[in-house]
Design a protein around this ligand. Structure first.
Ligand code: ADP
Length: 491
């Protein structure tokens, strides 16, 4: 073991590098310009406005996409309403299921193309988009396709009825996966949708529109429109929308909640997080350290349920911090398309600026900052994995969501202290516990006020399990049976 450690150190000190293993982009076809997908066709925006989407790893323009204005949103909502009333809500549920299965299969067939485009447009490592985003997106369509004709069994003694037209607004961290989370249960329940991807990551959603066309879905069942926050606001405000499903920042979530207050639009909100990962002294430390790396550094910390706070039992704190720093030195920051890369590009210049402001703030507040990860490319947006120690509960880097590869470490002595610190946050999306003792897992799991608690693992997702937040992390659940009920009237 000590030899291995030595070898790792030596590699780092001499800046020894892996030979590049880039994923090919030859098989990708991107149009120069993408129109709006409304009523089963790609149509030019009435607004006449387009904007560019760039590759955050090299700042090159990938394509331009349409900026949907209020008139375009209206057109999309009307297409969705027509499809809902005339076709989709009347279709035999088993037939609806067949269409959803078809979408799942085409995503699988085109998995490589989806993974490459996701990494090009969003900056995440190809390993992540290939092994996580795309397979999970297909899995969600498969899972919910299976429920389409079994809703009466899912909700016994009830009469499940669809809600109508769902307006769905998603963020840039898991673009295709979030689209799948939103579209699959909505369709399975008999709703039609208007979906808006984030402005920095619209391309896999437009590819999904091509898949939906290829799957021969009746026109208007799924409409995908691009644009910025103003497009999102037009969706939220539209009278023809029956339900809003939003994933994004807590600030925008609050704006949406205010906008729908008093009306009869249903809504689910999946918002920010500041998850605590708790390591007890009886935990397998090496696995825990690897789990922490997975929880906050992989995917650039662009995960709302990221384990951005680490709570370590005092007696093992030094060992954990030392091992973590060593492991951080071996993380490769760089080209998302390289299969060796652990940490890809930060999604946008604006997000990098936000992260950098927090790095400055943390130091100003008196925290000790440690960074690793070697050289970063000249072009593009990069942030090396960062650790803050000497922090207390009042530090803003401990309290606020940074959405970058930035971890703050605190220590604790007793289980109760760990739980109190973990719960001392406005958020409650997720949490993690590392221990050898099953009883501790249950105790901590019951006491932490968060939607999901991982034990001796982190960031594991499955279409069958519900996901969602307590407190300012959101309202409602997505995934599993809970995710179905969010798209149904149950009487
Ligand atoms: P982030 O901070 O992660 O970028 P945002 O909450 O700003 O998250 O964005 C998430 C999604 O919400 C994006 O698709 C964005 O365009 C959209 N959005 C931003 N502002 C609004 C708004 N006022 N109303 C509705 N949607 C919005």
């Amino acid at each position: 073991m000590s030899n291995v450690k030595h070898a790792i150190k030596l590699n780092y000190d001499t800046e020894w590098e892996y030979a590049p293993a880039p994923e090919s982009t030859d098989h990708i076809s991107l149009k120069d310009r993408y129109d709006l997908f409304i009523g089963g066709e790609f149509v030019a925006p009435k607004s006449g406005v387009y904007f560019d989407t760039i590759n955050p790893a090299n700042e090159k323009i990938l394509a331009s996409v349409a900026q949907a204005g209020a008139a375009d949103v209206d057109r999309a909502v009307k297409a969705a309403r027509g499809a809902y009333e005339n076709v989709w809500s009347k279709m035999k549920p088993a037939e609806r299921g067949k269409f959803i299965y078809r979408i799942a299969r085409i995503i699988q067939e085109r998995a490589r193309e989806f993974a490459v485009i996701e990494s090009m447009d969003g900056g995440k490592p190809i390993r992540e988009s290939r092994d996580v985003d795309v397979p999970l997106a297909a899995a969600h369509f498969f899972y919910y396709a299976g429920w389409a004709d079994k809703l009466d069994y899912a909700f016994p003694h009830k009469t499940p009825k669809p809600l109508g037209v769902a307006g769905q607004i998603i963020p840039w961290n898991f673009p295709l996966l979030m689209a799948a989370w939103k579209i699959a249960p909505a369709l399975a329940c008999g709703n039609t949708v208007v979906l808006k991807p984030a402005e920095t990551t619209p391309l896999t959603a437009m590819k999904l529109a091509e898949v939906i066309q290829a799957a021969d879905l009746p026109p208007g069942v799924v409409n995908i429109i691009t644009g910025d926050g103003s497009t999102g606001a037009s969706i939220v405000d539209h009278d023809g929308i029956d339900k809003i499903a939003f994933t994004g920042s807590t600030d925008v979530g609050k704006i949406i909640q205010r906008a729908v207050a008093g009306g009869d639009k249903k809504y689910t909100l999946e918002l920010g997080g500041k998850a605590a990962n708790i390591i007890f002294d009886d935990a397998p430390i090496d696995q825990a350290v690897e789990g922490v790396v997975n929880a906050i550094f992989f995917n650039q910390g662009h995960v709302c349920c990221a384990g951005s706070r680490l709570l370590v039992q005092e007696s093992v704190a030094e060992e954990v911090v030392t091992k973590l720093k060593e492991r951080m030195q071996t993380l490769i920051v760089g080209d998302p398309m390289d299969k060796n890369t652990d940490i890809g590009a930060i999604n946008s210049a604006a997000q990098l600026e936000r992260i950098n402001a927090y790095l400055e703030l943390g130091q100003k507040e008196g925290a000790a900052m440690y960074q690793a990860g070697g050289k970063t490319p000249k072009k593009g947006y990069w942030c090396r994995p960062t650790l803050f120690t000497d922090v207390s509960q009042s530090h803003r880097v401990v309290r606020e969501e940074i959405f970058g590869p930035v971890l703050a470490i605190q220590t604790f002595r007793t289980l109760d202290e760990a739980v109190t610190k973990a719960n001392n946050t406005q958020y409650g999306l997720s949490g993690g516990v590392w221990t050898d003792k099953g009883a501790k897992i249950f105790k901590v799991g019951q006491k932490i006020r968060a939607g999901v608690i991982w034990a001796n693992t982190f960031n594991k997702f499955d279409p069958t399990s519900p996901f969602g937040g307590y407190k300012e992390s959101g309202v409602g659940r997505e995934g599993g049976l809970h995710g179905l009920s969010a798209y149904l009237n149950l009487h």
